[in-house]
Ligand binder design. Sequence first.
Ligand code: SF4
Length: 213
Amino acid sequence: MNAAPKFGPAFTLESADAASLDQLRHQAMGCTRCELYKNATQMVFGEGSQKAEIVLVGEQPGDKEDTAGRPFVGPAGRLLDICLKEAGLDRSRCYVTNAVKHFKFEPRGKRRLHSKPNAGEIQRCSWWLGAEVKIVRPKLVIALGATALYSLLGTKVKLTSERGRILTPADHPPVLVTIHPSFLLRIRDLGDGEQQRAHFVADLHRAVQYQGN
Ligand code: SF4
C-alpha cells in the first residue's frame, strides 16, 4: 500500500445515527438538509449488503436512477458493472451508494441535464454517507470521482494526483481513489477511451489485491 498523506477534514464529518441501513434509509427519506429534495423525484439511497467488504461511492443519482430510485442503474452504472467484473469484483457483494442522494439537474426542454452538486450540498449529504460507512464498516471504500472523495475525506484533494492510491484517513476505513465511470462515457476518442477504461479497471483491481492482503 502507498504511504498515505494526512488529510485533515475542512468540514466537520458528522453523521446520522442509526442501528441499521433500513433505519437510516427511513430517516433519509424525509431529508430536507439541502434544497435538492425539492425537484428530484425521490431520494436514492445506497443498495447492498450491510456486511459488504467494499463500499462504492459515486457522485449523485442521474436521470435514470432518480426515476428508478436505485443507484447506478443508468449508462454509467452499466459500465461500472462491466468494469467491476473485468477487475474481478462482484457488485452483488459490494454496497453501492452516492455522496449526494437527490438528483441535481437543469431542465432543458423535456430533458434534465446533470448538474454538479456544490460543496454545501455535498457537506450536507455527507451526514448520510458517513452513517452508511459507519454501519457497513467495510474493509475498503472506493471513491468514484472527486465528489465522493470530498464527501468521504471532508477536504478537497486533487483526484489526479491521488488516483489509484489507497488513502488511510483517521477514524475511517481506507479509501481507494479513482474516477467516476461517467468520465469514460464522455471520451470521444476510441483509443483514449480504451486506455482510460483499462486504467479504471486497473484501479478497481487494486481493491481485489487489497482484499487479498
Ligand atoms: S441531497 Fe442529501 S442532504 Fe440534500 S435533501 Fe437530499 S438527502 Fe438531504
